[in-house]
Design a protein around this ligand. Structure first.
Ligand code: IMP
Ligand code: MG
Length: 177
């Protein structure tokens, strides 16, 4: 592929190995319990599709779509639901699946919102983590790779909705938050 502004950061085989490892860890932690995966559209869809197949046991999938108000630099941390869950999460073991945790505002808001619906437990899982950009204190329970303050695309992550289909995670050198 000829994209001058793209550079591979995490190649597909490393992603695959990490996702398998995360699936094993989750399978162990939830042994004997049903897990309701809450997949945050659209970015986490590809990660979740691979992750759920690495989890042994009873897994239910549901999807949620949110968008933050304003630009990421001025956001209040309030997110708008574009699509809510179809399932009730009351009394269930919920695992939120995200592609990347950046400022942490989205995941923080989702956690607060979903907690108020009385799940039996709630945890968070992200493929990528950029802790240097955090604006709220939040640490994902399961995290694949910690990365520097770089804008990345591929494996579900987009820049203006493009590049989600790249099999590797790449740095987009021109893209800005
Ligand atoms: P947060 O609320 O700042 O943690 O933002 C999380 C969301 O911002 C993610 O779900 C992504 O949609 C988006 N995002 C943050 N960093 C990147 C990146 O490097 N590439 C693509 N999307 C990103
Ligand atoms: Mg996203």
């Amino acid at each position: 592929m000829q994209h001058l502004n793209l550079e591979v950061l995490i190649p597909r085989d490393q992603i695959g190995a990490k996702v398998a490892e995360m699936g094993k860890m989750i399978s162990r932690d939830y042994a004997g319990e049903q897990i309701l995966l809450v997949i945050v559209l659209r970015g986490a869809a590809l990660f979740a599709a691979d992750l759920c197949r690495e989890i042994e046991g009873d897994v239910v999938l549901d999807f949620i779509a949110v968008s933050s108000y304003g630009s990421s630099t001025s956001t209040s941390g309030v997110v708008r639901f574009l699509k809510d869950l179809d399932e009730s999460i009351e009394g269930r073991h919920v695992l939120i699946v995200e592609d990347i945790v950046d400022t942490g505002l989205t995941l923080n808001y989702l956690l607060d919102n979903l907690r108020s619906r009385n799940p039996k437990s709630i945890r968070t899982c992200t493929l990528l983590d950029k802790p240097s950009r955090r604006r709220v204190e939040i640490r994902p329970d399961y995290s694949g790779f910690t990365i520097e303050d770089l804008f990345v695309v591929g494996y579900g992550l987009d820049y203006d909705q493009s590049y989600r289909n790249l099999p590797d995670i790449c740095v987009h050198k021109e893209a800005k938050h």
